[in-house]
Design a protein around this ligand. Sequence first.
Ligand SMILES: O=C(O)CCC(=O)C(=O)O
Ligand SMILES: [Fe+2]
Length: 426
Amino acid sequence: MSTIKDKIEAVKAAIVKRPLYCNGVVRLDAKSSKIFYEKEDHTAGVLSVASANATQLEDLNKSCLPATFGLSSKDVYDESYRKARKMDVENFAINFDLHAFGIIDAIRKELLEGPNPEKVIKAELYKLNVYDEGSFFKAHKDTPRSENMFGSLVISFPTPHQGGKLLLRHDGEEWAFDSADILSKYEAPFAAWIAFYSDVEHEVTPVVSGHRVTLTYNLFYGEENEIPRDLGTLQDSSFATQSFILQTAIASLLQDDRVLPKGGYLGFGLRFMYPAFGRKGTSGLQNVLTQLKGSDALLKHVCDTLSLSITLEVVLKSSEEPCLVLVPEALDFSGTEVDSSWEWFLSDKGAKKVYDWESPHTSWRYETIMWITPPTVFPTYDSPYVAYGNEAVLSHVYGDICLVARLGPINRRETAGRPASPGYSM
Ligand SMILES: O=C(O)CCC(=O)C(=O)O
Ligand SMILES: [Fe+2]
């Protein structure tokens, strides 16, 4: 018989990494390659990204402004962190139709795979950027502009340049998107695009020569009542296989009477971060369940299939007992008086204390949790959310959360209702 540790490892291994970016190329034509823009002297300029020469590109570059980035709640200009130029959307126009190029459909299929294929995606044009020789953007995450924002899209044009690779990093892995290299393989003018979850760390390496011209878009989930366009793509088969494997591994844990025999929680640290602020109350955080990305979405799908009751929780270290505190809503401790009784602050928030299943300490009052993948645990009352990104905003920053499934006792695993909140009312 395999040990519980083996079974936990099997579940971990079955939470496979789903892609966190997708990319492609599109063929430009006369209509989609012209940029009309406002020059410094307020006259109009025009250039074709398919055929612009160095003088025309320098003209566009000069009409841009230095690009800032967000540091906590301020937009700052610092050439040691970001050297690039930008133009805001009110100062240029381009007839680049993401839907007609099939880019939106590709993102829906490849990034919102699985249970999300019919989600409406809204892409909001954000900036035009010019990276000339020596320009770069050091590692950052893109600032979420609302709680519905899930990704970023970059279009890179075939303007002559070398360098300026976009590097993505997550969980110790790195991917390179070298649009200059990709586009140099085509004789006809193409644009290269990449969409990625915006909480994935990324950087632009220095441009060695020429002008790297890009458009950036913010990607949002649209409103429920918006009609999806071209709902052609459906479930991909790898998702179905992966969810079957994960389901089998979790089911094997649930059937094991050594695993939380009296019931308790299975806990999963999530792979991605989600915009947290502005999600008021418990329902605000729980709405993230409909917006999970990649393998986090896979996990939710499997828990739903197994009829497990799941919630999202912020995890804090208890200051009172050797256990953790799960809180089902996004927390903002700023402005809160911090004293030794800070945990009472959580009493009306459905917080619950949980002991690790292997802990030598237990309490008859609190439940037990078995972590499958480790959570990010925030030290007591420090604000669990940090703000850093490509633009300063006060209202939306990313938060680390975990997913917990509440289990009933052996043979009645799925009977546990919504997680109760023991602990604070006594
Ligand atoms: O130009 C790129 O490839 C990425 C730019 C970027 O990360 C940003 O503007 O936030
Ligand atoms: Fe960025």
